[in-house]
Design a binder for this molecule. Structure first.
Ligand SMILES: NC(=O)CC[C@H](N)C(=O)O
Length: 230
């Protein structure tokens, strides 16, 4: 599979995701500069984490005007796969490719620590191959990870089975105490109605290498790869 990782000024998880996709999972990966207009025939576009344009205005609010986003939006409209991790998720909501918004964390602090998440649907590339009871330990690192949507949007996201993951405790209980940032209903990741655009706040690329003593993030990438091959 050919992955394209978009690099914005201020991206800082681009090399991490490239390393995981290429060195660990053996996939072809190209770097796409945010000013490019050519997606180079990629099958799957990743918007990585970081601080695009220094998070000025709001995280992702300026990156959504980067030239390449015109192509990413067209690609997604034709059913192309797009995944945003952390800042990438923020860029996807700012672009209108995903519903809702990512607000400042409830405690107004930047949170950098491990969290636990539980898959919420089997009907997505990211989760289809993960046991529904399997709790994944994946770190977060964000100041604006507090997912918000108005009541009608939240209802339709739930009704359409668009929630990918919710934060939980180590035993898999979805509780207020396990909610790191105030996010609505413990939401950690969502997909769009067509199920080809994905946003995820934690960083699976930071938990995908044996030397880090945590490979839980690999489950997500392995699910994507096996589903796309199938
Ligand atoms: N790790 C990230 O991608 C951080 C996202 C964004 N800069 C925030 O603080 O919310």
């Amino acid at each position: 599979m050919k992955f394209g990782v978009v690099i914005f000024p201020g991206s800082n998880c681009d090399e991490d995701i490239i390393y995981v996709l290429n060195n660990i999972l053996g996939q072809e990966v190209v770097r796409l500069w945010h000013k490019d207009h050519d997606l180079q025939g990629c099958d799957f576009i990743v918007l990585p984490g970081g601080f695009s344009f220094g998070d000025y205005l709001r995280s992702g609010a300026i990156a959504r005007f980067s030239p390449i986003m015109q192509e990413v939006i067209q690609f997604a409209a034709k059913g192309g796969y797009v995944m945003g991790i952390c800042n990438g998720f923020q860029i996807l909501t700012e672009s209108g490719l995903l519903e809702g918004a990512l607000l400042h964390n409830k405690n107004r602090k930047f949170i950098c620590r491990n969290t636990f998440v539980l898959p919420q649907t089997q009907n997505s590339l990211l989760t289809a191959q993960i046991d529904a009871q399997r709790v994944l330990k994946i770190p977060v690192a964000h100041g604006e990870g507090n997912y918000f949507a108005d009541a009608d949007t939240l209802k339709s996201i739930n009704d359409n089975d668009q929630v990918l993951f919710r934060y939980c405790d180590e035993a898999g209980n979805i509780t207020n105490d396990a909610n790191p940032n105030g996010t609505l209903e413990n939401i950690a990741g969502i997909t769009n109605k067509n199920r080809n655009v994905f946003g995820f706040m934690p960083h699976p690329e930071r938990a995908a290498d044996a030397v880090l003593a945590n490979e839980d993030g690999l489950a997500i990438f392995e699910s994507i790869l096996s589903m796309v091959k199938a």
